[in-house]
Design a protein around this ligand. Sequence first.
Ligand SMILES: Nc1ncnc2c1ncn2[C@@H]1O[C@H](COP(=O)(O)OP(=O)(O)O)[C@@H](O)[C@H]1O
Ligand SMILES: [Mg+2]
Length: 495
Amino acid sequence: MNPTESQHLPDLLERQAAWVEHYRLGLRVSEQGAVVSVGDGIAWISGLPSATMDEVLVLDDGSQALVFDLNQGLLGAILLRDTERLTAGTTVRKAGQPLSIPVGEGLLGRIVDPLGLPLDGLPPPAHNGQQRLEGASPAIIARDFVHRPLYTGIKIVDALVPIGKGQRQLIIGDEGLGRSALGIDAVINQRGLNVFCIYVLIGQKRSTVVNTIQLLREHGSLEYTCVVVAEASALPGLKHLAPYAGCAIAEYWMERGRDTLVVYDDLSTHARTYRELSLLLRRPPGREAYPGDIFSIHAGLLERSTCLNAAHGGGSMTALPIVETQQGDIASYIPTNLISITDGQIYLDASLFAGGFRPSIDIARSVSRIGGRAQHRAIKAEAGRMKLDYLQFLELEVFTRFGTKLDAAMEKPLRRGRLLREILKQDRLAPLRIECQMAWLVAFNDGLLDMHEPDKIADVLEPLYRRVTESGLVLEDGREAWSRAVLEWLGKQAE
Ligand SMILES: Nc1ncnc2c1ncn2[C@@H]1O[C@H](COP(=O)(O)OP(=O)(O)O)[C@@H](O)[C@H]1O
Ligand SMILES: [Mg+2]
């Protein structure tokens, strides 16, 4: 024993004596509850007095649940995993950790459920850590203005309703009008653009799930995408968590300086699941029987999408939530909520779809409140006035239907409007690179397409796009270079 230690010895002995004096013999109790009843994806549990909201519970049969309601004397919990042995009387303990999902590059190319378990028959994804499902949204001081474009490859969107990285843009419309098609195209277009994508499928039929994954795979998009699935037959608890899981996976990358894109397909189903769970938990229903907090549920989720500033790594999470309307009614509860939460919307219209205008985006009712700032200035210079001109053309066209005699000065805008409408039509699964978009914009604005019949315009543009791709011309090359090149290419074609 060295001298310093011997000096401390009396001190040590004194402390030990104090500890012995205060020692109380007792049992350390770890709280244990029991299932009182179970059904419809919900378990009522008694005897966990210290449990708090959103706490994970593990049940003795191997099931897992999340505390969702504390108001009824009993605990209401939503099941996240269940077994056939789960019955009344099953013992319940607190897991002692928040709900989280494995995150990291290992999730690219994978299909997972909202708890991160593989659904693609492969081993669990390798991961770099865990991210909380219900994280806080980034602080205001960590955020930047949306200032960089996110290209969807859809002509109407990139030119007339542009989206920026970190923006939340709603895709809204009736079922079957091509909302998912837009989301899938936007993901496919990120190929080679250094954006990690998350496609969240909430409560979709198995065939839709398989189809979506198949499309992403065929277009080589799975390698930079993670698909989160809670299909229609999944536990309602999992359907509820699916968007949070997708968000958490993206958030991990955003916090590390990456650009990400999340498609939530769709939040109407998510809202209905939340309503179902809330009614089962006997919460008071509000408008359209949705619980009062459905607004803050969706706001909280979409608040986590943002563009971080340089000091915080400069990453971003762009969100494309999809919502369903009935007969085009955007004034119903969930659509209005989401319209007010997001930074703009892409509105799909049934009569446009029926009329063969696809993607059936109603340009008049679609807006991007912040994307204009993020649009590349070369594109903005071409497309800046186009939306207004097109809307004026639509009005003018209505007049012609009444047989009103128009003076000759009206002929040109009508002709060009009809031409533009044909140009804006686009097949699904054919997103267009921004350079090709620049080419048609320049060609159209320079009047180089005016001599063509609208219904033949695709035959003129296809070869033009090929030329652009071969040439390697970029947006930064300047207006003059573009005009010259486009004129030359179209001239060659005409020969
Ligand atoms: N740009 C398009 N051109 C042609 N058909 C399209 C286009 N976009 C969507 N469709 C077709 O419309 C149908 C519905 O599309 P989908 O994306 O599943 O709609 P939603 O998700 O709104 O229910 C599909 O059969 C799809 O092939
Ligand atoms: Mg769909």
